[in-house]
Design a binder for this molecule. Structure first.
Ligand SMILES: Cc1cc2nc3c(=O)[nH]c(=O)nc-3n(C[C@H](O)[C@H](O)[C@H](O)COP(=O)(O)OP(=O)(O)OC[C@H]3O[C@@H](n4cnc5c(N)ncnc54)[C@H](O)[C@@H]3O)c2cc1C
Length: 368
């Protein structure tokens, strides 16, 4: 269930492994959060499990890169984390050591080197960390490519089909009442996954993005403030952070905001203003660029910031591939691989236990 990038990656892996696969989505391919996201393929180090999943998945994206058609707009531009003061520079050095120890290619830049690498950044920045092999792409086209791969391996993809409920035997009931039989149902419906798996602790976390007209070279890397991590972690309050991405089209994609308890898709003007003001603090001439569109999307957030990949607590015939928060584009390929490995009882390249939904039961027991 779900033809977003996560469902597409699961379908491609399962079909390639010889399973009979049917993908259902009520909308178009990649039209949910996948169309709303930023498409930054980024290695993150919040926790060992997050690092393992993001670095494994980024490796899978690099392996797939030669097969990606032009419309996926894959661009290995790297990430530039920028520091405003010595405290953030200490974080740069911590991240550098963490990544280097684990074989991730990084470069530390001082203030002048950063100004040379990104001339439009304000001049008083202390330095930055470039994560060289991070990349960006256009997510809906990537989802489309993965589903084409699934179809080439025999999968059936049906769009415009609402799924009303999942059955404990792996089947599904469609919006028109039709019952479909299946060995396993995979709920990959992102922020809507609790509707098909009631009680799932996945919350919608709203985000805003703005895209500009074409200004090729205005920034050369995905540039992010180190304070982004504070924003991503701030679960209580609405938060914004400076995050800008150069697109292959020459456009600049500007983010990002995070809000819980904001279910609607409408633009929240005060949040958008805060987000753009923050970006202008880092890029003083940004205000001269024309914005052509802004939109919102909802990330699927779990309590421990890790996705849910594997059998649900309700039934071993209903599997989950959801809860990827702000990293689902990055981690989609690893999700598909880990899900197929577990379904087929193959060994996995990284430990899959940290992402198993079974941890929710343990968490509840500990909480009690
Ligand atoms: C503002 C923002 C910026 C982001 N930036 C990044 C980034 O830079 N890098 C990154 O890695 N990630 C990013 N993300 C996160 C990423 O976009 C998501 O994690 C990812 O798209 C999730 O994909 P998905 O397939 O799980 O969900 P979706 O793309 O939402 O797919 C779920 C699908 O399920 C379908 N569906 C739902 N309910 C039903 C039903 N009942 N019946 C049939 N179909 C149904 C929907 O139509 C939808 O197509 C960002 C997200 C946001 C909001």
């Amino acid at each position: 269930m779900g033809a977003g990038i996560v469902g597409a990656a699961c379908a491609a892996e399962c079909a390639r492994a010889g399973l009979k696969v049917l993908v259902l989505d009520r909308g178009p391919i990649g039209g949910g959060t996948t169309a709303a996201g930023m498409g930054h393929l980024v290695v993150m180090d919040d926790s060992p499990a997050q690092f393992a999943l993001t670095s494994y998945s980024r490796r899978l994206w690099h392996q797939l890169a030669p097969q990606l058609p032009a419309d996926v707009e894959f661009d290995p531009c790297g990430t530039m984390w920028v520091a405003t003061d010595e405290q953030e520079m200490a974080e740069v050095r911590r991240k550098e050591a963490f990544y280097r120890e684990r074989g991730v290619k990084v470069e530390v830049l001082d203030g002048p080197a950063l100004a040379q690498a990104e001339p439009n950044l304000r001049r008083d920045l202390v330095g930055g960390l470039c994560v060289v092999d991070d990349a960006v792409l256009y997510p809906p086209s990537a989802a489309d490519l993965l589903l084409k791969q699934a179809q080439a391996a025999g999968a059936d993809v049906r769009t415009g089909v609402e799924v009303r409920s999942l059955l404990p035997d792996g089947g599904a009931v469609l919006g028109d009442g039709t019952r479909l039989a299946a060995g396993i149902a995979v709920n990959a419906t992102g922020p809507w996954s609790p509707a098909l798996t009631p009680g799932l602790p996945v919350r919608k976390r709203k985000g805003h993005l703005v895209i500009t007209d074409r200004y090729s070279g205005f920034v050369r890397h995905q540039v992010i403030e180190l304070g982004y991590l504070k924003s991503a972690h701030a679960v209580a309050a609405d938060s914004v952070a400076f995050n800008i991405q150069p697109r292959k089209t020459g456009q600049m994609l500007i983010g990002s905001s995070r809000q819980f308890d904001a279910e609607g898709t409408e633009i929240n003007q005060p949040i958008l203003d805060r987000m753009l003001r923050r970006a202008c603090e880092y890029l003083p001439t940004l205000g001269r660029l024309s914005a052509i569109r802004c939109w919102t999307g909802h990330r699927a957030a779990t309590p421990d910031k890790l996705p849910l990949i594997g059998p649900s607590l309700d039934s071993d015939k209903i599997w989950l591939a959801t809860g990827h928060e702000g990293l689902g584009i990055t981690t989609s390929l690893a999700t598909g691989r880990l899900l197929a490995d577990r379904l087929l009882r193959r060994s996995s390249e990284i430990a899959s236990e940290p992402y198993l939904p079974a941890r929710l039961a343990k968490g509840a027991a500990q909480h009690d």
